[in-house]
Write a protein that binds this ligand. Structure first.
Ligand SMILES: Cc1cc2nc3c(=O)[nH]c(=O)nc-3n(C[C@H](O)[C@H](O)[C@H](O)COP(=O)(O)OP(=O)(O)OC[C@H]3O[C@@H](n4cnc5c(N)ncnc54)[C@H](O)[C@@H]3O)c2cc1C
Length: 492
């Protein structure tokens, strides 16, 4: 028989991912009693399966790698890339906080930053990765929180915020997914850090109605189903820029998912080419980011592509999903299992046969591949049609040939709950709702829309960690502890 379990704390946090754990760490650090409620059986959220890369500026790692960077340069890149809907104030706040309040702070909690990678839109390399990617990052932060006595309560699905007669948020309620018990939580301040909504394709289509009728893949963490957005808006929180959904192109349906809604992200060898249903290439495949490849794929009719590779090109393929990798190591046997069994992957011993299997006009497809191969034979630096550099490409000459059907994958939410710079949730009059904070992807990573329409990469996890800290600091302040979030901005 289900019963009601009651909890009382000072700062109560919904969601144990990047923002939630950082909020808990800062609130705890300020002296507040904290509890984190996580709906899944393990904390970590999308962050723990993420690439673990953060966009950070002027860091010791950049210095070690000989990269000269500064907040002004990063801010210019950010605003150019994200366009007019990027939130300049939050972008500046975050960028200046990255060195001390993300990089150095995370190190103090056991995170090791190991390397950097170039990303589209950045004038210098500033995407920096934690050891063992998101798994290493989140394992360290969670361990640090627990070591200090911090508590995370798993399997607790929170469904509604509770308010007193003055409209102040004073807690929330939900259910224990294991026992069926009702949960009631009372707190002095509440931080909602429940992540995005890209693992709920119905919600994606609600905000992107123009994509209805096309297959769109779910691609965020398993818990990112938009629960927090509903809870916050039902108490008057303002949702903004909800149509800013960041798509990637390199996903094929997970055939093991009974609903086949979840997408598996392929990291393909650079030699692959994308073919539309008309049998033609349509893009420079070397530009695979959300601001270049995704609009190109979304413009195709129908909205999918076939990534064509030969056997040799598959040697380095990776799949960014916990089933297909252990920490940073791809599990080759599992990848072969996918190649052999997925109905979305076709295999053929000749290119002619492959064209027939994917039902594209045979001659057009053969001509497309032949032109690409000829550019390689001619030793061109770039193929002439779309300007793809050929340095890392090879001819299509090693059977069997594969075509992997790729659909747009909704990965990150660049819009969400509007907050001020203390992460207080704002209502439609831009007034704070007492007792309520939001951080991380539920708030478009930070503030509502820090990235604008496009992200420089590393601009999801980084701002989620940062805004989590900001929310935790100020929530603790509201509960009577500390001075609010006091960062150490690097003004360059
Ligand atoms: C595969 C992948 C790779 C990525 N790689 C990168 C990268 O390298 N760099 C980058 O910048 N970004 C990356 N991202 C994005 C980044 O991981 C997220 O934007 C970030 O984790 C958001 O942090 P968050 O705390 O808001 O949400 P999450 O980390 O998703 O945490 C939210 C938590 O809330 C829980 N929750 C949800 N609803 C409820 C509820 N009702 N009750 C209780 N708990 C609830 C969820 O289960 C989850 O644990 C990646 C995302 C994915 C999916």
């Amino acid at each position: 028989m289900p019963k009601t379990v009651k909890y009382e704390t000072e700062v109560a946090i919904i969601g144990g991912g990047a923002a939630g754990i950082c909020a808990a760490l800062d609130a705890h650090d300020a002296g507040a009693r904290t509890l984190v409620f996580e709906k899944l059986s393990e904390p970590g959220g999308a962050a723990i399966i993420s690439g673990g890369g953060c966009c950070m500026v002027g860091t010791p790692l950049q210095e070690k790698l000989g990269i000269t960077d500064n907040p002004d340069l990063a801010f210019d890149d950010w605003m150019k890339w994200g366009g007019p809907t990027a939130d300049a104030e939050w972008a500046r706040f975050y960028i200046e906080g990255t060195r001390n309040d993300v990089f150095v702070w995370a190190e103090k909690h056991g995170v090791e930053w190991v390397d950097a990678k170039p990303q589209e839109g950045n004038s210098v390399m500033r995407w920096q990765r934690a050891a063992k990617s998101g798994l290493g990052l989140m394992t360290a932060l969670i361990a640090s929180y627990r070591k200090q006595g911090g508590q995370i309560i798993p399997d607790t699905q929170i469904s509604a915020l509770t308010r007193d007669q003055n409209g102040r948020v004073v807690g929330f309620e939900g259910v224990d997914a294991k026992t069926g018990d009702r949960i009631e939580v009372q707190a002095k301040a509440v931080v909602v850090a429940s992540g995005g909504f890209n693992s709920n394709v119905d919600m994606v289509l609600e905000h992107k109605p123009e994509l209805r009728g096309s297959r769109i893949m779910e691609g965020s963490g398993f818990g990112s189903t938009g629960d927090g957005h509903k809870m916050v808006s039902s108490v008057g929180g303002y949702l903004t820029h909800m149509d800013h959904v960041w798509f990637y192109v390199y996903a094929t349906p997970d055939y093991r998912d009974p609903k086949q809604r979840r997408g598996l992200v392929f990291r393909l060898a650079p030699g692959n080419i994308y073919i539309n249903q008309q049998g033609k290439r349509f893009h420079n495949e070397a530009l695979s980011g959300g601001n270049s490849a995704s609009p190109a794929l979304l413009a195709q009719q129908p909205r999918h592509a076939w990534a064509v590779v030969d056997r040799a090109m598959l040697a380095k393929v990776e799949i960014s999903d916990p089933y297909y990798r252990q920490a940073d190591e791809p599990l080759r046997e599992k990848i072969e299992e996918l190649l052999d069994n997925s109905p979305f992957i076709k295999k053929a011993s000749t290119l002619e046969e492959l064209a027939d299997k994917i039902d594209v006009p045979r001659q057009t497809f053969l001509d497309t591949v032949a032109r690409y191969d000829k550019a390689i034979d001619d030793k061109l630096e770039k193929e002439p049609e779309f300007g793809k550099p050929l340095k890392l490409s090879k001819k299509f000459d090693t059977a069997p040939y594969y075509a992997i059907q790729m659909f747009p994958l909704a990965r990150k939410n660049f819009g969400g709950v509007k907050t001020d710079k203390q992460c207080r949730v704002l209502d439609r009059h831009f007034e704070p709702i007492p007792g309520l904070y939001a951080a991380g992807e539920i708030s478009g990573m930070a503030g509502g829309h820090i990235n604008g329409k496009a992200g420089l990469e590393g601009t999801m996890l980084g701002p989620s960690l940062f805004s989590g800290r900001v929310a935790g600091g100020w929530a603790a302040r509201e509960a009577g502890h500390g001075k609010g979030f006091v960062g150490k901005p690097n003004r360059g």
